[in-house]
Design a protein around this ligand. Structure first.
Ligand code: T46
Length: 132
């Protein structure tokens, strides 16, 4: 198993719903960066890279998408279709995000600041790195 979709407690009442995510609790690292992607067309695939060190946690806070994670041996596809679901993507895992609903807002929490040098952009280089 590469990862698993985690289900968070919904702290709802008659006013609506609330989901709380805390560093080192629901999120398995200290969060240094949050970004979100939206307005992605259904036929578009995003990501398609890995990271040397960056760990990520993905939550579709609105709408839905699928995430394929690949550890160099196995591939698994995960559905993020509710705002109380999250998926951990470790370093050295190839990730792609696809099948976005038009209203999807995919929020990503990361354990480090953005650094272009932390990206592994070709699948061959990724395989070399995981087999080292
Ligand atoms: C991932 C998926 C879901 C920044 O300036 N800061 C940032 O923190 C990020 C993530 C990106 N950028 C810049 C770099 C590019 O000029 O934003 C532009 C688009 O980034 P990128 O092409 O990496 O976007 P995606 O959607 O292919 O991938 C991003 C993340 O890079 C990736 O780790 O999991 O969103």
């Amino acid at each position: 198993m590469i990862s698993e979709v985690k289900e968070f407690k919904i702290l709802g009442d008659h006013r609506g719903q609330l989901v709380a995510l805390e560093a080192n609790r629901q999120i398995p690292f200290e969060v240094k960066r949050v970004f979100y992607i939206y307005g992605t067309q259904p036929e578009i695939s995003r990501g398609n890279h890995s990271h040397y060190k960056t760990k990520q946690f993905l939550v579709a806070v609105h709408g839905s998408c699928k995430v394929t994670l690949d550890d160099g041996v196995d591939k698994e596809v995960y559905d993020l279709d509710r705002p109380n679901l999250g998926l951990f993507q470790d370093a050295l895992i190839w990730g792609s995000m696809h099948d976005f609903s038009p209203d999807c807002v995919l929020m990503v929490l990361a354990n480090d600041y953005y650094d272009d040098k932390d990206y592994i952009r070709t699948y061959d280089e990724f395989l070399q790195e995981v087999n080292r």
